[in-house]
Design a protein around this ligand. Structure first.
Ligand SMILES: Cc1cc2nc3c(=O)[nH]c(=O)nc-3n(C[C@H](O)[C@H](O)[C@H](O)COP(=O)(O)OP(=O)(O)OC[C@H]3O[C@@H](n4cnc5c(N)ncnc54)[C@H](O)[C@@H]3O)c2cc1C
Length: 576
């Protein structure tokens, strides 16, 4: 076993982890551990844009952006946090430009902006151009820019190291991590004064998803196993336009540039449901409209998908502004988007909930905001909560920049009072036992089979529309799969690039996350944002204007609640 010591360990090299690391670089010793090569992080797959009310193309104001974020999140957003997000947005985007990010440009050379779902002018009057972009490769450009700057600023990277556990001292201070080196199978203890989790989302819990293979919720799972609650996990975003059956994302930028979704009669049906915003209604709504059309038999050929029509856009617009996603349609479905509609259906996309933090990235353990010393989280694995019950497109890349930096700044402030605590004796023991058990068993359940059953059942019953019987069924499936997991075994017993082992470790987290999602969805007897209960179709502010906090309790769960912070906008009916 190898031992290292850094002031700060950041787990995850996506936009959130790198933003935090960059904030600390040069001021403290920083190690970033990442199970993927950094530029393979899911941030690199983000297509459409990053929001900021620059007003480069049309008049815009942060107050409008704030209102849209809160209304888009169906009023479950903590409004103080959202205000920080939208105000800091401008600085964050300009900061990226100064780091060298090649944004697409307006004819006068300003950062170009385009429309995106739920982003409006003057508190809901119609769509506004707020998304800054680099063609449809915005995330790729952000990730490579942040990575280059991290290398330049001498951040130390541990590439292809898998987080196994957090180390806590007796008084509950987080003081390091245990990691597994994929190349060799060696274990590493990294002793630190502060640990920042930035491990991304958990879309892989579902069968049909836009998320990368690596989006398995590891940071959430490890924190949860160590007694940290998970917040609002019943809110999973389903993006309306995934390639049919594959789930690969066709960015909202396609509709931002004028694309229209049509049913089997050719009708542009979104206008019927959302007369002002039409196809740019927020994602939870667009996904429900599609679900409804399909349910009423207006899917294409009676099947479970509809068409995204780009044929009226010029071939220059498609080639210049949507090059990658039009290629996805060609390559994966054999569809030529300049000539025919692209078959699409909702796909599991974004984990609104996660590890609860305050506005400075400090992880909190309860509804009173009690801080877990030494532990921080940022990005999709965290829940601040700025997305509430439904995230607006382009607000996530923004979150990585704004709250990644804030977490870094807070660690910087805390470093004066934090020390290298005395570690418990053999902090790696539990991880060694876990791995030995997986590798040592000669018979037992196989991880890929358990995973497939989980994903199947989650997509079946926890998707765009949910109701009690289905949720109860899936909760039962997950609980059985957790029992099956207790004797899970891996075929590869080796130590060099043992992906089999890594996937079995990820599965433990996904099963726990799936269970929390089910329990939260079952308990929440209302419809809010992405959580739509067919049997409780109305929002219920009297009983449910509150965040869910789920705790691990033995083999089961206990649920508690946390109030929503409302500063400027009182909840009202949500129409578009
Ligand atoms: C296809 C797609 C398109 C999107 N488009 C947009 C968009 O246009 N605009 C927008 O705002 N948002 C978009 N999003 C959402 C946004 O991209 C993500 O929410 C965001 O990139 C997440 O960033 P992150 O830094 O939190 O995590 P990620 O970028 O997912 O990175 C996670 C990091 O954690 C590491 N990690 C995970 N587990 C472990 C472990 N056990 N041990 C060590 N390291 C670990 C990984 O190696 C990786 O480096 C999109 C998402 C998808 C899937």
């Amino acid at each position: 076993m190898a031992f290292h010591r850094y002031d700060v360990v950041v787990v995850g090299a996506g936009g959130a982890g790198l933003s935090a690391a960059l904030e600390l670089a040069g001021e403290a010793t920083v190690a970033v551990i990442t199970k993927l090569y950094p530029t393979r992080s899911h941030t690199g797959a983000a297509q459409g844009g990053v929001a900021a009310s620059l007003g480069n193309v049309e008049e815009d104001h942060w107050e409008w952006h704030l209102y849209d974020t809160i209304k888009g999140g169906d009023y479950l957003v903590d409004q103080d946090a959202a205000e920080i997000l939208v105000k800091d947005a401008i600085d964050a985007v300009v900061g990226l430009e100064h780091m060298g990010l090649p944004f697409s440009r307006t004819p006068e050379g300003k950062i170009a902006q385009r429309r995106f779902g739920g982003h409006t002018r003057n508190f809901g009057e119609g769509p506004v151009m707020r998304a800054c972009y680099s063609a449809d490769r915005t995330g790729h450009m952000i990730l490579t820019t942040l990575y280059q700057n991290s290398v330049k600023n001498k951040v130390t990277f541990f590439d292809e190291y898998h987080l196994l556990d957090l180390i806590f001292t007796e008084d509950g201070t987080c003081s390091g991590v245990v990691a597994y080196e994929l190349k060799t199978g060696e274990l590493h203890v990294i002793h630190a004064k502060a640990v920042i989790l930035a491990t991304g989302g958990a879309g892989r819990v579902f069968k049909i998803t836009s998320n990368a293979m690596a989006s398995t919720g590891d940071g959430m799972g490890v924190a949860f196993r160590n007694g940290v609650p998970l917040m609002d996990l019943e809110f999973m975003q389903f993006h309306p336009t995934g390639l049919a059956r594959l789930g690969i994302l066709v960015s909202e930028a396609a509709r931002g540039e004028g694309g229209i979704v049509r049913n089997s009669t050719g009708e542009a049906f979104a206008a019927r449901y959302a007369p002002t915003m039409k196809d740019l209604a927020p994602r939870d709504m667009m996904s429900r409209f599609i679900h409804q059309e399909i349910k009423e038999g207006r899917g294409i050929d009676g099947k479970d998908y509809v068409l995204l029509d780009l044929t009226h856009l010029s071939s220059e617009t498609i080639a210049e502004k949507l090059p990658d996603i039009s290629d996805f349609a060609r390559v994966y479905l054999g569809v030529e988007p300049t000539e025919e509609g692209i078959p699409i259906q909702p796909t599991a996309h974004f984990t609104m909930g996660g590890i609860p933090t305050n506005n400075d990235g400090q992880v909190i353990r309860d509804g009173e905001g009690t801080v877990v010393p030494g532990l921080y989280a940022a990005g999709e694995c965290a829940c601040v909560s700025i997305h509430g019950a439904n995230r607006l497109g382009t607000n996530s890349l923004l979150e990585l920049l704004v709250f990644g930096r804030r977490a870094g700044k807070q660690v910087m402030r805390d470093l004066d009072s934090l020390e290298f605590a005395t570690l418990p004796k053999s902090p790696e023991t539990a991880s060694v036992e876990r791995i030995d058990a997986l590798r040592g068993r000669t018979s037992g359940h196989r991880a890929p089979e358990i995973r497939a059953k989980m994903q199947e059942s989650m997509t079946e019953n926890l998707s765009v529309s949910r109701e009690e019987a289905g949720i109860v069924e899936t909760l039962g499936v997950i609980q059985q799969l957790k029992r099956d997991y207790s004797d899970v075994t891996v075929d590869d017993k080796g130590s060099v690039y043992n992906i089999d082992l890594m996937e079995a470790l990820e599965l433990e987290h996904m099963l726990n996350i799936a269970e929390v999602m089910c329990q939260g969805a079952l308990d929440r007897q209302e419809s809010r944002g992405a959580h739509y209960r067919a049997d409780f179709a109305k929002r219920d502010d009297v009983n449910w204007l509150r965040h869910t906090m789920a705790y691990k309790q033995g083999q089961g769960l206990s649920m508690a609640y946390k109030p929503v912070t409302i500063t400027r906008f009182e909840p009202k009916e949500r129409t578009y």
